[in-house]
Ligand binder design. Structure first.
Ligand code: 6PG
Length: 251
């Protein structure tokens, strides 16, 4: 498989990561819209991207971003209702989507309130409907991802690699991490690795050991799911603050 080396950008702090990410995503959005009159963005869960979502909801991004042409997806969702504070959709709605003119019909959330296999099936259909004719999922313009202290990303957790990761676009996952809902739904690396641009946002000293293992250690995709993200044709960018990159720089 042809893959590119990740591009690393290290910033002084999380605010600088956020600023760069907002500018980069805005540029990529305009370039996608110039080409196809459409921009597709998959959001990440967790706390790290919330500052970015707020930044995109504020001036100038709010006014200069091509929201009417933007389609929003999620890389993963926790199996809770959409108004639960543990829902990735809820967090993105509260920080971003309620404040920008993205058409509601273009917000493609994962229905975390449904029985998980049913939700995964429905989201598989959503992806297919939004794809080029004959394809199973859209080639997303930008995928945002975070990473856990254990090297997980989206809801791809350390342990075994589920067969569905190789056969499906969407899968059901059960995994305990902190006090977050254990039942989850995730896109698979098949979808992530077809994206045009994958951008990891990782900040904080607690992530430093995992950043070092994933980016500078041996390729151990079972133990370090973030290593399974290797876009086939697109770019892979890691945006880190100095705290998260601390051990990397010494490696
Ligand atoms: C989720 C995620 C998950 C997240 C990481 C990092 O739904 O929990 O999408 O992969 O991105 O756990 O989370 P933090 O940003 O909160 O550290």
């Amino acid at each position: 498989m042809r893959t590119q080396r990740p591009r690393l950008h290290i910033f002084a702090d999380a605010a600088a990561v956020t600023q760069f990410a907002a500018e980069r995503i805005t540029t990529l959005a305009h370039s996608a819209v110039a080409g196809r009159n459409r921009f597709t963005l998959a959001l990440a869960g967790g706390g790290t991207p919330l500052g970015l979502y707020k930044q995109l909801a504020a001036w100038p991004a709010r006014d200069y971003f091509p929201w009417p042409q933007t389609h929003i997806f999620w890389g993963d969702e926790r199996c809770v209702p959409p108004d639960d504070s543990g829902s990735n959709y809820y967090q993105a709605r509260r920080t971003l989507l309620d404040h920008v003119p993205v058409p509601r019909t273009q917000v493609h959330r994962i229905p975390g309130e449904l029985e998980p296999h049913k939700a995964a099936g429905l989201y598989t259909s959503v992806l297919r409907r939004q794809a080029e004719p004959g394809a199973g999922w859209p080639r997303l313009d930008v995928v945002l991802l975070g990473m856990g202290r254990d090297g997980h990303t989206a809801s791809l957790f350390p342990g075994t690699i589920a067969p569905e990761e190789r056969t499906s676009a969407v899968m059901v996952v059960t995994a305990d991490y902190d006090d977050r809902p254990a039942q989850r739904i995730s896109l698979t690396p098949r979808v992530f690795n077809d994206a045009q641009h994958v951008i990891f946002l990782v900040t904080g000293a607690d992530k430093a050991p995992a950043v070092k293992e994933v980016l500078a250690g041996k390729y151990r995709p079972k133990e370090l799911p973030a290593q399974r993200i290797r876009p086939r044709f697109g770019t892979l960018t890691w945006l880190l603050d100095e705290a998260a990159a601390a051990q990397l720089e010494q490696a």
